[in-house]
Design a protein around this ligand. Structure first.
Ligand SMILES: [Zn+2]
Length: 688
């Protein structure tokens, strides 16, 4: 994992990819626009275009009749102008003729309604016809452009999402279940606790996917359906990728993930990819507290990076406005550079936009683009893009550099699905992602790198492992955590942990189930708090972990019995006043904490700041940072690149400590105290 640095994602091209989604097929009638685009690309310091996303109708206007001439022209212009091409398969939307002739390719929703043609992501994940048609067009694309010197990355499909409930998918689901349960229907019934409400299956054919007009309260079934949907998406991805792998084995393959989307298990899909990529559309909207949304964006970067343990591609962001938000705010001056350097700080080796040029019509005509409807380089957005391009060109030595996280935070999709499906202990705002982000926040604020990982990820590289709301504990996970602790690791888990197994059946040995012995506590009951309710948490004066005075708990309070664990804080009110709110259990060379409540920011900050210092975790700058300012380090061998980012709308003063740096953007030496402007950023390299 701690490799010193990686080869560039595009072979022999050690540069940040800068550019974005381009749809020349929308400008067939005015090909002079193409020439203008390539001229403007250079002016914008861009070097990469993603083409082919949603281009199927332009590539195959009738079944079996292919029209590559326009794309040939674009590739030639790319070659002439040294512009790299990320070539997409066109399968995220389909031509009308395909849906009209083969209705089976259209998706069926959970109410069993076949969708009409239109939109995007409206395809069956199982349909043999759709896979066959995808194979034909993808094979032709790979044969025609696979050897082209500008073809750099395969972008398969686009933002996979959703599920299909058609008869083909139902059959595939039953086959998937037969494999999972070894053809043993009784085993499935036991896993689903089918005696409840007379839900026992006596024939595989009786099993249907969850539906609002049928069954949706068997949690094991719901979980398996979501697992199946991920697996069926992977199966579709593999079918699409097969000709690409065969014809162009040296060109890396990716598919782009959607922000915080949690309908698919992105960790599992990542194992299929050569490089992870994702689309980031932050809300930095000029409010007093809008800087806080930067924490979750960094959280997602840390997750994407940790999936394969190497740099990823930022496949989409907006160079300007996002047209689908309730309030389509303009990007504030300077923020574009900082938002993009945040992506680079998090591990991106590209900054790619949706979109290069604005369309004249349809739903995204007002979404931000480098080139506006009035196609001039004399716009504010164009100038900020060109400025970023110049900065990226000066940072080639950052490409391929790595992170060295010593903290792992478990944020697991299957766990999330199970929590969200659960009826009780609280049904309003289960807040799993929010709680995980709250545990990440002190590290973000201190400039300490974390990996965001699944339950299945190796824990070997970490000193600190945090598992908020580890509701579902899959087989083998508790054992691996126990080994981590015995080997000297520090483990923290919280309320709502160790409740169910991989089919969402409750543990019977006292919660937190398989973590009870390790944590040394029995969580007898869970109290759900109203939104406007809080319960005081009193730190023991001699707790030894940086806690002091009274904190406030909200949302959830576990009622614990400390068994072998030592109590560090207790509740200060309610009928459970005096019961443990924070415990630690020493096991082997390590220790396991149980945090019984969702606590205020001061609590998590005090507690984790103490652990950061006690464990000697690397702070990017070695010093504390003002609120709303963060820092992250990328390493290339002995070299370090420190990204210092201000998400506040006011300038912030940062003490740099004793170390002297070179500011890689200005090229000037810098030391002592510096002022980061509003939404300002720096890339610092320590001077020897
Ligand atoms: Zn289907």
């Amino acid at each position: 994992m701690n490799q010193s640095s990686f080869a560039p994602i595009v072979r022999d091209y050690p540069h940040f990819l800068h550019g974005g989604d381009y749809n020349p097929e929308q400008w067939m009638a005015t090909p002079e626009v193409w020439d203008e685009d390539f001229r403007l690309l250079k002016e914008a310091h861009c070097n990469t275009l993603t083409v082919g996303v949603f281009s199927w109708a332009a590539l195959e206007p009738e079944e079996g009749r292919f029209t590559f001439d326009w794309l040939d022209t674009i590739f030639q212009k790319a070659l002439d102008n040294e512009v790299r091409i990320i070539l997409a398969t066109p399968t995220a939307a389909r031509p009308a003729w395909l849906a009209a002739k083969y209705p089976e390719v259209l998706r069926v929703d959970s109410q069993r309604r076949r969708q009409l043609w239109g939109g995007r992501h409206n395809h069956c994940l199982t349909s043999p016809i759709y896979r066959q048609k995808a194979d034909i067009i993808n094979t032709l694309l790979a044969q025609r452009y696979g050897q082209h010197p500008m073809t750099s990355v395969w972008h398969v499909n686009n933002e996979y999402n959703g599920e299909c409930h058609c008869p083909l998918c139902q059959n595939a689901f039953r086959v998937w279940l037969q494999t999972r349960y070894n053809n043993d229907l009784d085993a499935l019934n036991r896993a689903y606790w089918a005696g409840f409400w007379s839900h026992t299956y006596t024939n595989w054919e009786q099993i249907e996917s969850p539906s609002p007009i049928g069954e949706r309260q068997v949690h094991g079934l719901n979980l398996d359906w979501k697992r199946f949907t991920t697996d069926q998406t992977i199966a579709f991805f593999r079918a699409e990728s097969k000709p690409l792998r065969e014809i162009t084995p040296d060109i890396p393959i990716t598919t782009n993930y959607i922000g915080g989307y949690a309908g698919l298990d992105y960790y599992k899909i990542a194992r299929e990819l050569d490089v992870v990529s994702w689309d980031s559309y932050p809300d930095y909207h000029d409010r007093e507290d809008s800087w806080r949304s930067a924490i979750f964006v960094s959280f997602l970067h840390a997750q994407r990076r940790a999936m394969l343990g190497k740099p990823f591609l930022l496949m989409e962001c907006s160079p300007g406005v996002q047209n689908y938000k309730p309030f389509c705010k303009l990007k504030r001056p300077g923020l574009h550079l900082t938002e993009c350097l945040q992506s680079v700080a998090g591990g991106a080796d590209s900054i790619l936009y949706f979109q290069w040029r604005k369309s004249l019509g349809s739903v995204e005509k007002f979404h931000g683009a480098v080139v506006d409807h009035y196609a001039t380089s004399e716009t504010r957005v164009f100038a900020e893009v060109a400025e970023l391009g110049r900065v990226l060109e000066s940072l080639n030595d950052v490409v391929g550099s790595t992170h060295r996280a010593q903290v792992g935070i478990i944020y697991d999709y299957e766990n999330r699905w199970a929590i969200e499906d659960s009826a009780g202990p609280r049904n309003k705002d289960k807040a799993y992602a929010e709680v995980c982000t709250e545990h990440y926040r002190p590290f973000w604020q201190a400039g300490v790198s974390c990996d965001i990982i699944s339950e299945d990820h190796s824990f070997d590289n970490y000193k600190l492992l945090i598992a908020p709301m580890l509701y579902m504990v899959r087989p083998g996970v508790a054992e691996r955590i126990e080994q981590f602790v015995k080997n000297g690791g520090t483990f923290i888990t919280t309320f709502l942990s160790g409740l169910t197994n991989e089919t969402d059946l409750c543990f019977q040995n006292g919660f937190p189930g398989p973590l009870r012995e390790l944590t040394g506590v029995w969580a007898e009951e869970i109290d759900a708090l109203y939104d406007d309710e809080s319960v005081p948490v009193e730190a023991n004066p001699d707790n030894g972990y940086g806690l002091s005075g009274t904190y406030q708990a909200k949302t959830y309070c576990d009622l614990l019995h400390a068994e072998s664990a030592q109590v560090l804080a207790t509740y200060g009110a309610q009928f459970y006043a005096g019961k443990p709110a924070l415990t630690v259990n020493n096991v082997g060379a390590g220790r396991a904490f149980y945090m019984a409540s969702r606590n205020d920011t001061r609590f998590t900050t005090d507690f984790y700041t103490h652990l950061i210092d006690e464990l000697g975790l690397r702070r990017a700058l070695g010093v504390a940072l003002p609120e709303g300012v963060t820092a992250d380090v990328r390493f290339a061998g002995d070299r370090e690149f420190i990204f210092l980012l201000n998400f506040r709308r006011e300038a912030q003063t940062v003490e740099l400590g004793a170390q002297s740096y070179t500011d890689r953007i200005s090229g000037q030496p810098i030391s002592g105290t510096t002022i980061l402007p509003a939404y300002g950023s720096m890339v610092l390299e320590p001077q020897p």
